[in-house]
Design a protein around this ligand. Structure first.
Ligand code: BGC
Length: 494
């Protein structure tokens, strides 16, 4: 420490030198490096398998990646108009927005409110979930429009970000809960009637126009302002992507005789990639996360990448190094707090990676405040390196998904719109992902650092708000033009 508790100036960049790290700890660091590092050859192998699995998901027999058709059948022009509600039931928050798409190209007005999604609802009772959502919507409409009994029904885009089968755009049969949700009686059922019944009980004046996934919303919202956007991704509590396929390349829809050139947005649900464990280099920690999760055997890819799991992977490594390995870190300290599952979220790892001080004093404070543990200097180095390894692996694996869609579709140059807490807030995630994409797709070294990459992953527009409103608008337009493919309740579109 310098002076009166003042910290030394920030100086730390990336991995430390490990000069002062004793040999036995260094051995553990090397071991973790072996477990978590994914080299270029492996990235390429994963991507090759990924391309194959995307194809399989579109086939009649199907595969583990669901590749769900969404009935979003065009990009926006930028001239969509109308006022829509958007409801976003994400993994962490519930958000309600009212969006007015104006007649100015790609311009809109938005008002929005966020509601916390109570933790107990995620594993509670289905009725309670729908009642809670209906209450939030009612509160929002009353605040902004007054007496609900005097209102006409407002069209709604419902962002329901879980894998759902959609035979129609206004239906969503939940395939399985993800992101730690585990509510009985919903899997295998269409969630729309449950949701609408709750709205009706409360007298909420809403008609559901479209049920959408956050990735599809992200794709459409991003394409609204940038026509080079060809893929929408979420790297947040969960992870996933959507892109536009041609109906003619979707064998599982062949029986519908849709025009082959017509676009259809596909919600890949790539979190389920490699559920059969053929190619992903899973560590014992990944296996443990899976075994202890509400849905073992599901979302293999997501469990190595998404925000919900990064802190937990880190926690498991720390507990293992305390309990089971010779090194016995945090010796003679009470690690009771560290033993609590899911006690660390990905922002904890972000903070570790962001610690600018050479002596990692912020990391030491974090451990002290959150876990009541005082790591010594070498342990702090181990902590930092572990966070880097977990964060880097997540970013590099994410790039495999983007590379696979790009390769499947023959995209040589395009923009990819990405959203989610990991993408937006996790330090170096973007750079690490971009570097991995370069390795996988064999792009030559940049001659000028300012040069854009041929395929660039950029911050997306608001998919679950504006994207949902746009999809509702596109659906209404489609109905007006007489294209009723994938419409279950035409009365909802009048
Ligand atoms: C869900 C996807 C969603 C992703 C990001 C995953 O767990 O299955 O539907 O797009 O999380 O929110």
């Amino acid at each position: 420490m310098v002076g009166l508790g003042a910290k030394p100036p920030p100086s730390r960049k990336g991995t430390g030198s490990f000069i002062d790290v004793p040999k036995d700890l260094l051995k553990e660091i090397k071991h973790l490096e072996q477990l978590f590092t994914i080299d270029t050859a492996k990235l390429k192998e994963i991507t090759d398998h990924f391309v194959h699995e995307l194809e399989k998901g579109l086939s009649v027999e199907g595969g583990s990646i669901p590749m769900n058709p969404t009935w979003v059948m065009s990009y926006p022009t930028g001239y969509e108009t109308g006022t829509f509600l958007a409801l976003d039931m994400g993994g962490t928050n519930l958000r309600v927005c009212e969006i007015t798409l104006t007649d100015q190209k790609s311009e809109f007005d938005i008002i929005q409110s966020k509601y916390r999604m109570p933790e107990e609802l995620k594993t509670g009772d289905a009725d309670e979930l729908w009642e809670y959502i209906a209450d939030c919507l009612l509160q929002f409409i009353e605040t902004h429009h007054g007496d609900v009994t005097k209102l006409d029904k407002i069209p709604l885009g419902f962002t329901f970000s879980y894998p759902a089968t959609q035979n129609y755009i206004d239906e969503g049969i939940l395939q399985r809960w993800t992101k730690g949700f585990d509510i009985d009686g919903v899997e295998g059922h269409n969630v729309v009637p449950m949701f609408e019944a709750a709205l009706q009980r409360r007298g909420v004046p809403i008609k559901l126009t479209a049920l959408i996934n956050d990735t599809t919303g992200t794709l459409i919202a991003s394409a609204y302002t940038d026509t080079s956007m060809k893929i929408g991704c979420i790297f947040g509590t969960g992870c996933n992507a959507a892109y536009m396929e041609d109906c003619g390349s979707i064998p599982k829809l062949a029986h519908l005789n849709l025009p082959p050139e017509t676009p259809m947005a596909i919600n890949c649900e790539w979190g389920a990639f490699d559920n059969e464990h053929k190619v992903l280099p899973r560590t014992p920690y990944d296996e443990q996360i899976d075994n202890d999760s509400p849905r073992p055997g599901q979302q293999a890819f997501e469990k190595m990448i998404a925000g919900l799991y990064l802190g937990e992977i880190f926690r498991l490594v720390m507990v293992d190094l305390h309990d089971n390995r010779e090194i016995n870190i945090f010796a003679n300290q009470d690690i009771e707090k560290l033993r609590r599952p899911y006690t660390l979220d990905s922002s904890f790892l972000s903070s570790i990676e962001e610690d600018p001080y050479e002596n990692l004093s912020e990391t030491a404070d974090l451990f002290q405040n959150k876990l009541n543990i005082s790591p010594n200097g070498p342990e702090l180095e181990l902590i930092r390196r572990t966070a880097e390894l977990i964060g880097t692996r997540a970013a590099r694996l994410s790039a495999c998904g983007v590379a696979a869609i790009s390769r499947k579709k023959g995209f040589k140059e395009c923009h990819v719109g990405a959203d989610g807490s990991v993408f937006n807030k996790y330090p170096h995630f973007k750079e690490r992902g971009a570097a991995a994409l370069r390795e996988i797709l064999d792009w030559p070294e940049k001659t000028n650092p300012k040069e854009d990459d041929p395929i660039e992953i950029l911050a997306a527009e608001d998919g679950s708000g504006v994207g949902a409103a746009l999809i509702a608008a596109l659906t209404l337009q489609r109905v007006q033009s007489g294209n009723m493919h994938g419409i279950l309740h035409p009365e909802n579109f009048r």
